[in-house]
Design a protein around this ligand. Structure first.
Ligand code: PAZ
Length: 318
């Protein structure tokens, strides 16, 4: 499998159609919060696709639903961060994640009385809906959250770099929390057919190439003073910590949140150059619907705050 450099990747793959609009939104959001002296976290969430055709009918996808990212975004807001929520289109989003499927409709009652139809929240659902609605309204009224979305792995990288360009001005007050499941493989643009693949042409031979490791330019060039947290997913426990440590040594960022596919919603390990800390939910907590993201975010916020105290006023914008 061949691999290209990150520069080559950006030279070959065009930005997505909504790129300039998103860049303006990111710029406005970062400038506003920078002025107020706020901390901003970029939360990436959900999985990227690898299209098999330019007019895409089929694509390679991954399992991620955006549970981790959408829950984490809510906890960062609670800790006073402004949040750029960069997510896979149609994956879970903060606040609405609580009402997926038919849940919201099941909370409502409808009365049809002639021309006057009224819709109300069922009395026993008010206690569930009210606190979430209040937090949602407060975040939006304060302009504390910006949603931007991607679908393909190439869209993801364009958006990630655009966000980094804006976040660089915040120095260490910017945090990157890279929870999205980003494909390690892709098909170079010139190898992707324009139209839907035809079965009449026989079984297709698809060669995947290695995606360049974007964490290297991100940490060294795009946001060299930001607090960068990456995520590492494995399915083999024996690989998890060694690979998290390898990533830290290679990219020299602040932390890797390591998790296994099978247990990711109740167990993670926070790996930093100095320490390894396991966070595990008890059976009772899982049963009670406690989000492990509450503990992950609380710990990372604490470490970020320690880091900011250490840095003092030493940062000057690029
Ligand atoms: O979206 P989700 O909650 O189902 O899964 C979260 C996750 C496993 C994608 C995330 O915790 C993670 O590990 N992201 C990085 C994956 C990777 O190694 O590329």
């Amino acid at each position: 499998m061949a691999s290209s450099s990150w520069e080559e990747f950006f030279a070959v793959h065009l930005p997505p159609p909504d790129y300039e609009d998103n860049r303006s939104l990111l710029k406005e959001f970062c400038e506003r919060h920078e002025q107020y002296g706020n901390k901003i976290v970029l939360v990436t969430s959900g999985g990227t696709t690898v299209p098999l055709e330019h007019n895409t009918v089929r694509f390679v996808d991954n399992f991620s639903a955006g549970t981790r990212g959408s829950a984490s975004a809510e906890y960062f807001l609670e800790h006073g961060y402004a949040v750029i929520f960069m997510h896979r289109q149609k994956s879970l989003e903060p606040f609405t994640r609580h009402f997926s499927g038919q849940k919201l409709l099941d909370m409502l009652d409808i009365q049809e009385r002639g021309p006057n139809t009224t819709i109300t929240v069922k009395p026993d659902s008010v206690d569930v809906l009210a606190p979430i609605l209040l937090r949602y309204k407060a975040a939006h009224a304060a302009g504390a959250i910006l949603h931007v979305s991607f679908t393909t792995v190439s869209d993801y990288f364009w958006l990630l770099r655009a966000a980094c360009e804006c976040l660089a001005y915040l120095g260490p007050r910017a945090m990157l929390y890279l929870a999205a499941a980003v494909s390690d493989f892709y098909i170079p643009k010139d190898k992707v057919p324009t139209h839907k693949m035809q079965s009449a042409s026989g079984p297709p031979v698809i060669q995947l190439h290695l995606v360049p490791k974007m964490l290297a330019p991100l940490v060294n060039l795009w946001v060299p003073t930001a607090y960068v947290v990456s995520f590492k997913l494995e399915t083999d426990e024996n690989l998890l910590i060694p690979k998290a440590r390898l990533a830290l040594e290679k990219y020299k960022h602040k932390m890797v949140v390591a998790n296994l596919l099978q247990s990711r919603h109740h167990r993670v390990i926070l790996v930093s150059p100095e320490s390894t800390q396991e966070l595990v939910l008890t059976r009772e907590e899982v049963h009670a619907g406690v989000d492990i993201e509450s503990a992950i975010v609380a710990e990372i916020v604490r470490l970020h705050s320690d880091h900011l105290s250490l840095m003092g006023e030493s940062f000057s914008p690029p």
